[in-house]
Write a protein that binds this ligand. Structure first.
Ligand SMILES: NC(=O)c1ccc[n+]([C@@H]2O[C@H](COP(=O)([O-])OP(=O)(O)OC[C@H]3O[C@@H](n4cnc5c(N)ncnc54)[C@H](OP(=O)(O)O)[C@@H]3O)[C@@H](O)[C@H]2O)c1
Length: 261
């Protein structure tokens, strides 16, 4: 996909990865419609980028906001939708309240599915279009302490793959990218401490944004970032029992940090 004449709706544009991605896409000459929940942070993002950038405020867990966002995207003339907005909730599943679990599923899975559904007829009518879903390593390597988040991201991966296969005879590409840990505010202090104890590497949002731009350029449907995370995600698909054993050995560490959140 050529990005210099792309018109892109980017959700979660006020976040760590969203801001880096907005900058990387603007540098490629793309026109941007930035979506987020906080008007002040959105305004700062627009000013920082200059050029052909507009914004809209929407909480995507509200069905009416999906409609407003889709209408604004059609008016803007989008041909690329990037479902980037997301939240995390670290903790043992049984200790989390149901509304927090629901919020994770709604934000990371149902909102991207619903926004895609609302925009699909429009995207199919474009000469060239793309849907980019920002997943996570945890979507292929579900992790203790991140049960709701892993479930949502695994769902997003399945959604992306099924939709890509359904749209194989259309001009709409479906790209699913799965970053490992990124140094952003998504991760609480407890998650950062856990990652340090587990020796997990955190990428910068700028490095991940560059890889996403490259994925858009090449149109390769599946991209998993980072080694050895990519290897473990693959191994989980072939021999999940091995990953069960490996993660059982780390469970005490996960539980210790989950108790401190
Ligand atoms: N950070 C990581 O370690 C990591 C690793 C792999 C994948 N990812 C994925 O990367 C994506 C971006 O995450 P990030 O690290 O940039 O997180 P972040 O800095 O916390 O940003 C999250 C963004 O999502 C928006 N958002 C959250 N809930 C929303 C809602 N209900 N409606 C609309 N927007 C909402 C936030 O808007 P507000 O400004 O209004 O809060 C913010 O713009 C997510 O999909 C995440 O799952 C992150």
């Amino acid at each position: 996909m050529q990005l210099n004449n792309a018109r892109i709706l980017l959700t979660g544009a006020t976040g760590g990865l969203g801001q880096a991605l907005a900058l990387a896409l603007a540098e490629q000459g793309a026109a941007l419609l930035l979506a987020g929940r906080d008007p002040a942070r959105l305004a700062d993002c627009v000013v920082g980028l200059g050029g052909n950038v507009q914004s809209l405020c929407a909480d995507l867990t509200h069905p009416e906001a999906i409609e407003t966002t889709a209408a604004a995207a059609r008016e803007f003339g989008v041909n690329v939708l990037i479902n980037n907005a997301g939240i995390n909730a670290f903790g043992l599943y049984e200790s989390q309240n149901w509304s927090a679990i629901q919020q994770v599923i709604m934000t990371n899975l149902l909102a991207p599915m619903q926004l895609t559904h609302a925009l699909l007829p429009w995207l199919k009518a474009q000469e060239k279009a793309a849907i980019v879903n920002i997943g996570s390593t945890f979507g292929s390597l579900p992790f203790p302490g991140f049960t709701a988040y892993s479930s949502a991201k695994a769902g997003l991966r399945g959604f992306s793959q099924a939709l890509r296969r359904e749209l194989a005879d259309s001009a709409v590409e479906v790209v699913h990218v799965a970053p490992r840990t990124i140094a952003t505010a998504l991760n609480s202090d407890a998650v950062n401490a856990l990652n340090r104890d587990l020796g997990n590497h955190a990428d910068t949002p700028q490095a991940v944004a560059r890889q996403i731009v490259q994925a858009l350029h090449t149109g390769r449907g599946e991209r998993h970032f980072g080694f050895p995370e990519r290897l473990f995600a693959w191994l989980n698909g072939c021999a999940p029992g091995l990953i069960d054993q490996g993660l059982k050995a780390k469970l005490a560490i996960v539980k210790r940090h989950a108790a401190q959140r």
